[in-house]
Design a protein around this ligand. Structure first.
Ligand SMILES: [Zn+2]
Ligand SMILES: [Zn+2]
Length: 319
């Protein structure tokens, strides 16, 4: 470990319980540099895209740097690593071609995960595209069953982590009920053992859960525990949002700069049911230094301090 990064890990953001946290970082600077940047901003976990998130084409093999990246993350004690599956993936819709391509991309993400040392492959529940929620849930589970059947098993195999949606564009998985329906369908197909869940705070808000209110957080989590079980909740996407409550929209904001605000976010961060959960920031402009700002704000939320100031913002950024 170099001196510079020993300093970095000294600034690690301390979290309650066994929680870990880190940003979603773009991998364009190079994988090893990204691992070191995560340590420098105080992260204990990390999320990335393995490839271009808006393209179908996947590189055939993991990049040569993956082994060094995996080792660097281990040296820096940054885990769990989550890989967010490409945005184009939609397993819930009726279109056969799109479905087949989505299964293939997801299979590929699962297949590559051990090379990166990824514990989680995070996927959106997707859109039923007019076929109805029930058909969408069944179709989605058909898709994950196909992808999992073709992906390697074993101790290095990642969990497939289903993310809640904000409910826009015929998406499924906007309610705890619907996430539970996904789990039930997966259990009927006996693929539930490799399934976890991710709650994205901005999506909860868009879907109409008023998580600015600590009592509503308690209610949602109690429902999650009852219908799904906290052991299944492995990731939280910890984002504030500019979108209106229940708008079914999803415009991620820096911690404390959006409509959810600090009281709800701090309550979630300290909730005793989430001691085992990894928190990932998907806040904007990570590549402009806001990775450090939002990690510092995470530490402020833990400590109950006023939030750290950000770098100067251009008019375009605050629009
Ligand atoms: Zn996502
Ligand atoms: Zn998310």
């Amino acid at each position: 470990m170099t001196a510079a990064h020993t300093t970095g890990s000294c600034r690690r953001v301390e979290l309650p319980g066994g929680r870990r946290a880190g940003p979603h970082l773009p991998v364009s600077p190079g994988l090893v540099k990204v691992a070191e940047r995560a340590a420098d901003v105080g992260a204990s976990a990390l999320q990335i895209f393995s490839d271009n998130p808006t393209a179908w084409r996947r590189r055939a093999e993991p990049p040569p740097e993956a082994a060094a990246f995996r080792q660097r993350l281990a040296d820096l004690d940054i885990a769990p690593l989550a890989i967010h599956a490409a945005y184009l993936v939609n397993l819930a819709g009726p279109d056969e071609t799109l479905f087949a391509r989505s299964v293939e991309v997801l299979r590929h993400e699962l297949f590559q995960a051990p090379a990166y040392g990824a514990r989680f492959i995070n996927v959106h529940a997707g859109s039923h595209r007019g076929a109805g929620a029930e058909a969408g849930v069944n179709r989605f589970v058909d898709g994950i069953a196909l992808a999992l059947a073709q992906a390697p098993d074993g101790p290095d195999a990642p969990l497939l982590v289903v993310e809640n949606s904000s409910g826009g564009g015929d998406s499924i998985g906007a309610t705890v009920d619907q996430l539970a329906a996904v789990l039930d369908a997966a259990a009927r197909r006996r693929v539930d053992e490799r399934l976890g869940f991710c709650l994205d705070t901005a999506h909860l808000w868009g879907a109409g859960y008023d998580i600015a209110d600590p009592a509503e957080i308690d209610r949602v989590l109690t429902e999650f525990g009852r219908l799904i079980g906290f052991g299944r909740l492995v990731m939280v996407h910890f984002n504030d949002t500019h979108s209106a409550l229940g708008s079914r929209q999803d415009r991620h904001a820096h911690l404390g700069d959006g409509r959810i605000g600090t009281a709800g976010m701090a309550h979630l961060l300290h909730h005793p049911a989430l001691d085992h959960v990894a928190f990932y920031l998907e806040t904007p402009e990570m590549e402009k230094g806001f990775d450090a700002v939002n990690m510092a704000r995470l530490g402020d939320l833990v400590a109950g301090r006023p939030l750290a100031e950000g770098p100067n913002r251009s008019l375009a950024d605050s629009a």
